[in-house]
Design a protein around this ligand. Structure first.
Ligand SMILES: Nc1nc2c(ncn2[C@@H]2O[C@H](COP(=O)(O)OP(=O)(O)OP(=O)(O)O)[C@@H](O)[C@H]2O)c(=O)[nH]1
Ligand SMILES: [Mg+2]
Length: 323
């Protein structure tokens, strides 16, 4: 079987992940133009860089809707477990961050925190910390922001071996960054070790436990708010205050929707990913054998197992996932 090298492209919504992948292979994924997150599932794009065959993975970013962070982590983890179980080489993670970001708060902090826990310190050497959109930002404050990033939020990663790049938006530089990761030793991420060694749920990994803890706190608050609104509703009913009742009903509905979303996110941290993925690989394998066929390479199995959850650029899917 030919050697497959995987590179993960990560970063918050709008950091430039899809743009970067398109610079490796033009028009392979869709870029965003608005404020909403564009890439909803992991997308895999195969690129030939000299002697290296690289599968670059476009991952969904966390956005301002923090209740869905767990769902995004679950998607990325599912991907990482399949890659790990199939023995596909993970060469590196490209972490993108827009130099236009004025303040490193909210989703940026949460994302970096989850990212660091997902990788674990041993894998920091396989991380490329890349600032994007340099050519878009004319103001000189970009240099100060870059320095502040390196001495602040990124300092620990850099101290433990992460590599820093200022991305100029070109294909040449995108390729150079990927090529530099190709000469690294294969990475095994903390979350992969945690999940495969313990056969546990995502909620018991360092990255997942943190999100689970935050979600549990929020669920408690939401439940209390719903109880309080219900009490107010009872009072309004006693006094036949229709206007207040209507307002409270509307507020309750918003809270209930929020609760449903939070519960869904919490559930995303529960499945036993290793067992599920292992089972899916065996099922795909059996189906293939029954048809008297053989896999062409491990990426083909990977795509077959993950295709319900990942979108794959057509030019990649067709040659690999065909019968
Ligand atoms: N000039 C320039 N534009 C960029 C660069 N990176 C991203 N963009 C643009 O910024 C916008 C957002 O970039 P995307 O690549 O869609 O961001 P993303 O990280 O994939 O976002 P999600 O899919 O929402 O997670 C797009 O319009 C890109 O074309 C860059 O380095 N230079
Ligand atoms: Mg994208």
């Amino acid at each position: 079987m030919q050697s497959e090298n995987l590179v993960l492209v990560m970063g918050v919504t709008g950091a430039g992940k899809s743009y970067f992948i398109n610079k490796l292979k033009p028009n392979s994924v869709e870029e965003g133009h608005g404020l909403m997150s564009q890439t909803k599932s992991c997308k895999l794009v195969q690129v030939q860089l000299g002697a290296y065959t690289v599968a670059a993975v476009d991952t969904p970013g966390f956005d301002d809707d923090e209740d869905s962070d767990a769902v995004v982590l679950a998607k990325i983890s599912r991907f990482l477990i399949a890659q790990h179980l199939l023995g596909i080489k993970l060469k590196g993670i490209i972490f993108l961050h827009s130099i236009n970001t004025v303040r490193f708060t909210g989703s940026h902090k949460r994302y970096l925190d989850t990212f660091s826990r997902l990788c674990g310190e041993e894998a920091f050497k396989n991380v490329a910390l890349v600032t994007t959109m340099w050519e878009r930002e004319r103001h000189d404050t970009k240099y100060q922001r870059d320095a502040a990033l390196q001495s602040g939020p990124w300092a620990n990663l850099i101290a433990k071996g992460a590599n820093v790049f200022q991305y100029d938006g070109t294909s040449d530089m995108a390729q150079t960054i990927v090529r530099l990761l190709m000469i690294k030793k294969d990475a095994v991420l903390q979350i992969q070790k945690e999940l495969t060694e313990d056969h546990g749920e995502l909620e018991r990994t360092a990255a997942g436990a943190n999100l689970a803890f935050e979600l549990d706190k929020k669920l408690e608050v939401c439940q209390k708010e719903i109880l309080a609104l219900n009490k107010q509703k009872e009072t309004a009913e006693q006094f036949h205050d229709d206007a207040a009742l209507r307002k409270l009903e509307a507020q309750l509905e918003i809270k209930r929707q929020k609760q449903i979303k939070q519960l869904k996110s919490r559930d995303a941290l529960r499945p036993k990913l290793v067992e599920e993925t292992d089972r899916s690989i065996k099922e795909a394998d059996n189906a293939k054998r029954t048809k008297g066929e053989r896999w062409r390479n491990r990426l083909q199995i990977f795509v077959a197992v993950l295709s319900p959850m990942i979108g794959i650029a057509a030019h990649f899917l067709l040659p690999l996932a065909g019968a």
